[in-house]
Design a protein around this ligand. Structure first.
Ligand code: DPP
Ligand code: ZN
Length: 871
């Protein structure tokens, strides 16, 4: 396979005006008839028309009503080429046969648990019919579906239902028409035995929209939270961005077999059931929060993705970065902004930064979701909320109905604000995480405080040398009383800028760091301040500074920016963990300094703080985060050290943790609201700490919490606490949990994941046994993500020095690739960081990658990741 580059983009020679699809859904095969009105982009030009098509059986091909002769076209395994189509506008009619029942890739049209559904992003439509399957081909669609009435009573597609009726032989049909132009990746079809939860939403301008969430009948009671989330999202997008829904009907369908989380098909979102179905008894607070965020995300795509779409797949961040940012903001407004920011930054550090530093490093363009959202956030940081809104308004005004690029988004932001954002676009093209170093100096005589920034972007594959980036640094200065000092002015670039704000004191400012090295000197600073730098994590960089431990403890106790309070604790924890890792590697005894324990204690016992924030602030950085900042990642040492600190904190703060558990139990009914969730979160983090102790009293406590829990959040947390120690109690409780919940596949997936992620020595054998458990099925992505994906997240077992973990993953990837290349390629990416480990592990992982690459009939998805990882 040949790699495709952004610079190779060419406008299509032919455009499509209308697309009429007809599906005859059957048990053996499905017939797809497609009638497309085609015209050349440039009048009078003639060139071959090349259509994409994979795994299709061509039955008939007509141009302007006439069947084409064999010499007039060419079909190979990926394309259908018409060598000399008519020179003007013409009608192309194609009939193909497909086999959705045999489609285990879950791309294109497939059958899942008895129902038909589609997944077309990015290139699934070419598995349905021959088409120019690229996002810059936007057309108006109708979709006619014909199927057995008893097996498939519900027939759905995009847009409005314009006709339906009965047919002979117990069949029926429905015709859907989508008035908006769309690219093929947003096409969707669903047919099956489904029922809906119905509601309505009246838009700002008075349009009454029918909302329907479709699931098998028995799951309907579990869709209440999804409906609540949808209505909240619709309201929020009107309030914050002035964006209204544009049709009279909005459908969501939940399916159990789905490669990703969800898909924003125009007016017919298709979701992984995991992100729709919830009840207090079966879903945790984290599930509820994820549902809120993803329902919002897919809904927000209606404007950012669907009305304005991507020109090509290198522009993925145009819709994903922007829409992830929008869903983050939505969740922040619905809960705690600081806690949401902390959670998002942790994700960035655990998943994105490691990738940025490895062979799979790529810039925001083509396809980094989370970093793309950080880039959008920086526009808002630089332009302010109202400037950002102006930019969004201009973006829609200019590009509604178009397929555009990241530069178009940038231009709208810049032009709407007349802003100078010179090298900001580098965020889209330069891969790697910038390093920002800060050195401070106080001049008591001149009463100035200087901050010297220097930045560097590490080399990445194909990009050996980098330019300096445009880094917005939000900053405040704390006085010795712990309060923010008012900022009056700063010298920079030979100019004195004052922070005038209509006579109001300014406490946080945003510095624009754009050069390799540059200095900012604050004036009128009466005493040496402690700087709070990168407030709210204003740019996705790795920052080093000359802040002392004392400064960090001071920020942890006092910073008015809650994010940086948390961050100060994390920096301290990272330093501590790295130094203990080095002790561990030198066989020195490990000890925990009392200052750290006291810092955690004072946060834990500070009743003025938000409980969810406390939970975050007493949680140590993940093992993946620490491995990412080590010269050579040492999973055993990192795991030993993190477990050691957890245990020390648990024994040193046992009473405080016990009190936290007792004082935060809830007796009332489950509610999804911030205070209740925060209380559960804190209680359960305390319980998890306690679970690290070898203490019969704690086992009693956890068993008590388990048996008295009235919701899944509390029940699962108790299970997690008990899962930490191998033995009979653990085995019994895991068996009990399965017996209770075996009828509910979403709960069973939690049970699989918990066991897969376990640090119990030699766990690979248990995981292998679970492959044969009736609860497991290699064809269901969620189960694979739980069991195989979960296993790869356990540093000790996945990276076991005997190679057993790598061998397991190698075998799984080869098996999975035959069924579902997308799922297999997600799994293989756990190998992509193999060079970060010691030589023994490197050789073991490399051998598995080579074994995978040597496998017969390897998919392109897996080939790409495995070969890039090795290069
Ligand atoms: N476009 C899809 C989404 O935004 C891909 N997972 O969720
Ligand atoms: Zn998305």
């Amino acid at each position: 396979p040949k790699e495709i580059f952004l610079k190779d983009y060419k406008q299509p020679n032919y455009l499509f005006e209308t697309v009429n699809l007809k599906f005859t859904l059957g048990e053996e095969k499905t017939i797809v008839s497609s009638k497309i009105v085609v015209y050349p982009r440039l009048e009078g030009s003639s060139s071959p028309l090349v259509l994409d098509g994979v795994d299709l059986k061509l039955i008939s091909l007509k141009v302007d009503g006439k069947e084409l002769k064999e010499d007039d076209f060419l079909v190979d395994s990926r394309h259908l080429t018409l060598s000399s189509p008519p020179s003007g506008k013409f009608t192309l009619e194609i009939i193909t046969e497909i086999y959705p029942q045999k489609n285990t890739s879950l791309e294109g049209l497939y059958k899942s648990s008895g129902n038909f559904c589609t997944q077309c992003e990015a290139e699934g439509f070419r598995k349905i019919t021959f088409y120019q399957d690229r996002p810059d081909i936007m057309a108006r669609y109708t979709c006619h579906i014909e199927a057995d009435k008893s097996l498939y009573p519900v027939l759905l597609s995009n847009g409005n239902l314009i006709e339906q009726g009965e047919l002979e032989g117990n069949k029926h049909y429905a015709i859907w028409e989508d008035p908006f132009v769309k690219p093929s990746y947003l096409f969707a079809l669903v047919a099956g035995q489904l029922e809906s939860r119905d509601d309505t939403f009246v838009t700002h301008s008075g349009r009454k929209v029918s909302l329907r969430i479709w699931t098998p009948a028995q799951d309907l009671p579990k869709t209440a939270h999804a409906m609540y989330s949808l209505k909240a999202a619709m309201k929020w997008d009107e309030d914050v961005f002035g964006l209204e829904y544009d049709l009279d009907l909005f459908n969501i369908v939940a399916v159990p077999d789905f490669n990703m989380g969800a898909m924003e098909n125009k007016s017919l979102n298709i979701f992984n059931s995991k992100l729709v179905l919830a009840s207090p008894e079966t879903a945790t607070d984290a599930d509820y929060a994820a549902i809120l965020g993803v329902i919002g995300h897919e809904y927000f795509h209606n404007w950012t993705g669907n009305r304005v779409t991507c020109r090509d797949w290198f522009q993925l961040s145009l819709k994903e970065g922007l829409t992830v940012f929008r869903d983050q903001e939505f969740s922040s407004d619905m809960g705690s902004r600081t806690v949401k920011r902390i959670a998002d930054v942790s994700t960035l550090r655990t998943y994105q930064f490691p990738q940025d530093a490895g062979p799979m490093a790529h810039p925001v363009r083509p396809h980094s979701y989370i970093k793309g959202a950080e880039v959008v956030r920086m526009y808002k940081t630089l332009l302010g909320a109202s400037g950002f809104r102006k930019g969004m308004d201009l973006y829609f005004k200019r590009h509604d109905g178009q397929a555009v690029t990241c530069e178009d988004f940038f231009s709208a932001m810049r032009d709407a604000n007349g802003a100078d954002m010179s090298n900001f676009l580098l965020w889209y093209s330069q891969a790697g995480t910038p390093r920002l170093n800060v050195v401070s100096a106080y001049d008591a005589q001149a009463k100035t405080f200087s901050l010297k920034f220097s930045q560097e972007v590490p080399p990445s594959p194909g990009q050996p040398a980098k330019e300096p980036m445009f880094i917005p640094v939000a900053l405040g200065l704390l006085g010795s009383n712990g309060k923010d000092m008012p900022l009056s002015s700063v010298y920079h670039d030979g100019k004195l800028e004052s922070f005038a704000n209509n006579g109001q004191p300014v406490h946080t400012t945003v510095l624009r760091v754009t050069k390799k090295e540059e200095e900012f000197v604050f004036t009128d600073i009466p005493e040496r301040p402690v700087p709070s730098i990168l407030r709210g994590y204003s740019a996705p960089v790795r920052m080093d500074s000359d802040l002392t431990d004392a400064d960090l403890y001071f920020l942890l106790a006092n910073d008015s920016d809650e994010f940086n309070r948390w961050e100060a604790g994390q920096v301290l924890a990272r330093k501590l963990m790295l130094s203990l890792v080095s002790d561990f590697q030198q066989n020195k005894p490990l000890t925990l300094n009392s200052q750290f324990l006291n810092g955690i204690k004072s946060i834990l016992c500070d009743s003025s703080l938000d409980k969810e924030f406390i939970g975050k602030a007493i949680t140590l950085p993940t093992e993946a985060e620490i491995m990412d900042i080590m010269e050579v990642a040492d999973p055993d040492a990192v795991h030993a050290v993190r477990s050691f600190i957890r245990k020390q904190l648990a024994s040193g703060l046992k009473q405080e943790l016990l009190d936290t558990v007792k004082n935060n139990r809830s007796s009332e009914e489950y509610e999804f609201n911030h205070p209740n969730m925060a209380r559960r979160a804190l209680k359960n983090i305390a319980l998890a700490y306690l679970g690290s102790l070898d203490d019969p009293e704690i086992i009693e406590l956890a068993l008590h919490e388990y048996s008295t829990a009235t919701n899944m959040t509390d029940q699962f947390a108790a299970l997690v606490a008990l899962d930490q120690k191998p033995g009979k109690t653990r085995d019994d409780i895991l068996a009990d949990f399965y017996n209770k919940w075996q009828h509910d596949f979403l709960v069973v997936n939690k049970w699989l994941a918990l066991q897969a992620m376990s640090d119990v020595p030699g766990n690979v054998e248990n995981v292998r046994k679970l492959l044969d458990h009736p609860a497991f099925d290699l064809r269901n992505p969620n189960k694979v993500y739980s069991l195989v994906g979960g296993f790869c997240r356990s540093p000790v077992n996945f990276h076991a020095k005997d190679g057993s973990g790598y061998k397991f993953l190698g075998e799984m990837v080869v098996q999975l690739d035959k069924l579902n290349p997308q799922v297999a390629s997600r799994m293989v990416s756990s190998f992509s960081r193999w060079k970060r480990y010691d030589e023994t592990r490197q050789n073991l992982a490399k051998a598995q990658l080579e074994m995978i690459l040597a496998a017969n009939g390897l998919s392109e998805n897996v080939f790409e990741i495995a070969s890039k990882s090795l290069s």
